[in-house]
Design a protein around this ligand. Structure first.
Ligand SMILES: Cc1cc2nc3c(=O)[nH]c(=O)nc-3n(C[C@H](O)[C@H](O)[C@H](O)COP(=O)(O)O)c2cc1C
Length: 141
């Protein structure tokens, strides 16, 4: 069974709802899924996973959340994540999604195998958005 780690940061729960739907999609597709807020995730969770789903809203001015998610991404960039299958997702509000474009480029530079475009949902995901999350989750398997 494929192991998928869904690791996210969420301040007000929007990206968390996306993470739950991504996890549900991966489970439906047959994966063994670990769903972890980033403060509980370790680099072993990353290295032992066959595929990773990382979620973070747009924070600061179009950047990742800086206290927990940014250091975590920096930590895993130093590990051997070349060719690791990965998807990215997150919620935003008033911006144009630039944080996600930057994050995608950064992960590509780290050599990961991005399985799809990063999925962005404005504010709280509705049923349509949650379904996109589920479909994205299925791609990890
Ligand atoms: C401190 C702070 C900074 C933010 N910066 C941006 C931003 O640069 N661009 C944007 O589109 N949304 C920005 N937002 C809005 C959040 O991305 C949006 O509220 C999102 O739904 C939060 O997701 P969460 O519920 O998972 O925390 C910001 C929100 C906060 C609290």
């Amino acid at each position: 069974m494929k192991k998928v780690a869904v690791i996210f940061w969420s301040g007000t729960g929007n990206t968390e709802k996306m993470a739950e739907a991504v996890a549900e999609g991966a489970r439906e597709a047959g994966a063994e899924v670990k769903l972890l807020p980033v403060e509980k995730a370790t680099k072993d969770d990353v290295l032992s996973a066959d595929a990773l789903a990382l979620g973070c809203p747009s924070m600061g001015a179009e950047v990742l959340e800086e206290e927990e998610m940014e250091p975590f991404v920096e930590e895993i960039e130093k590990e051997n994540i070349k060719d690791k299958p990965m998807i990215l997702f997150g919620s935003y509000d008033w911006g144009d999604g630039q944080w996600m474009k930057d994050w995608e480029e950064r992960m590509k530079s780290a050599g990961v195998n991005l399985l799809d475009d990063g999925l962005i949902v404005q504010n709280t995901p509705d049923d349509f958005g949650l379904n996109l999350c589920k479909e994205l989750g299925k791609k990890t398997v």
